[in-house]
Design a protein around this ligand. Structure first.
Ligand code: COA
Length: 307
């Protein structure tokens, strides 16, 4: 196997990087999991390159062979409270080559030098990635189930959630969203909410719930063929989380939507089942260092993957 070196992803690498992510996940899930994950055109996967580069230019690292081929990629995101490790993917031709460990070592060293916890959300059904992270020192601290629903073309046939009034987010909500998330999960990433609310690409949507003392919840979503995931979001109660989700699912009728629900939130999970949602994956929030126990309802996502 040839030597691997690390360099930052450039604009001209997006097509190969997106193709790698698409091939990596689909190959892994086709051979060891429940079947291919990313069913659309690989070109749609470039959305990951775009959003992550918009947020953190130059912070997608590539492990490259002597001949210039990209063997693996990994995004990372420094934030005031932590560093997030994003999508890690190795090309199937290079599985077991040490490419992922090389990237993980570089990013873990960076987080250690910054003196910040290193966080990620990874599959609980993928023993290869679990083991990679576990050997490196990550400890799981929260379990999420990925639920999905083919939203009917006429919208969800379910009653609205009583007592929860949802409005569209506005640019000035970024601070309150960041403060709520900081209170509930101990992380600070106002810059991401400012980016989503500014919505220069015209693909983001933010819904919020206002309470007596400020914001009680928010839920973001993206309209793009490259991402069916709903999030990020946070809410004080299951009822508010359900009200937000109910509204977001109606944004794109006729489409499959996927969201991660904290599994201990029985009431919210049952509400999702009552809408016809089913499970398709399990994910673990993991950390090297300290992570505040979660309160309220948190909706992590991989778009953006900065939680
Ligand atoms: C997960 C993935 C990134 C690993 O990439 P890789 O380049 O094959 O991994 P590496 O060769 O760098 O390292 C694998 C390490 O995992 C560890 N490992 C793997 N299986 C293990 C097991 N069953 N028990 C303990 N450790 C294990 C080992 O430490 C191994 O290193 P070693 O060679 O020292 O034993 C790759 O399988 C992949 O891209 N999968 C599809 C996409 C994916 O799942 N991404 C992660 C999303 S959560």
């Amino acid at each position: 196997m040839s030597n691997l070196t690390i360099r930052a992803m450039e604009r001209e690498d997006w097509a190969e990087t997106a193709e790698l992510i698409h091939a990596s996940l689909n190959y892994w899930y086709a051979t060891k999991g429940s079947g291919p994950k990313l069913l659309g055109d690989p070109v749609n996967t470039q959305l990951h390159c775009k959003v992550n580069e918009d947020l953190d230019p130059g912070l997608c690292l590539l492990a490259v062979t002597d001949s210039g081929r990209i063997a693996a990629c990994c995004f990372h995101h420094p934030r005031p409270t932590h560093v997030s490790l994003g999508i890690m993917a190795c090309h199937p031709n290079y599985f077991g080559s040490g490419a992922a460990k090389l990237l993980l070592d570089r990013i873990a060293t960076f987080a250690r030098e910054e003196g910040k916890p290193l966080r990620l959300v990874s599959s609980a059904m993928n023993l290869d990635s679990f083991s990679l992270y576990n050997r490196w020192g990550f400890t799981p601290y929260a379990l999420f189930q990925d639920m999905y629903l083919e939203v009917p073309v006429n919208g969800l046939d379910a009653p609205l959630i009583e007592g929860v009034s949802v409005r569209d987010g506005r640019p000035e909500d970024a601070k309150a969203m960041a403060e709520l998330e900081f209170e509930l999960s101990g992380i600070q990433r106002e810059q991401d909410f400012r980016y989503l609310l500014a919505n220069e690409a015209g693909v983001w949507h933010v819904s919020v719930v206002e309470g007596a003392n400020g914001l009680d919840g928010f839920l973001c979503s993206i309209t793009d063929p490259g991402c069916s995931l709903v999030g990020p979001g946070a809410a004080r109660t299951d009822n508010q989380a359900a009200g937000l989700l109910r509204r977001v699912l109606d944004h794109e009728p006729g489409r499959k939507r996927v969201w991660l629900v904290p599994s201990e939130h029985r009431e919210l999970v049952d509400t999702c089942y009552s809408w016809g949602a089913r499970n398709c994956e399990m994910h673990l929030a993991q950390v090297i260092g300290e992570a505040q126990p979660l309160s309220g309802v948190i909706f992590p996502t991989f778009m953006p993957e900065t939680w």
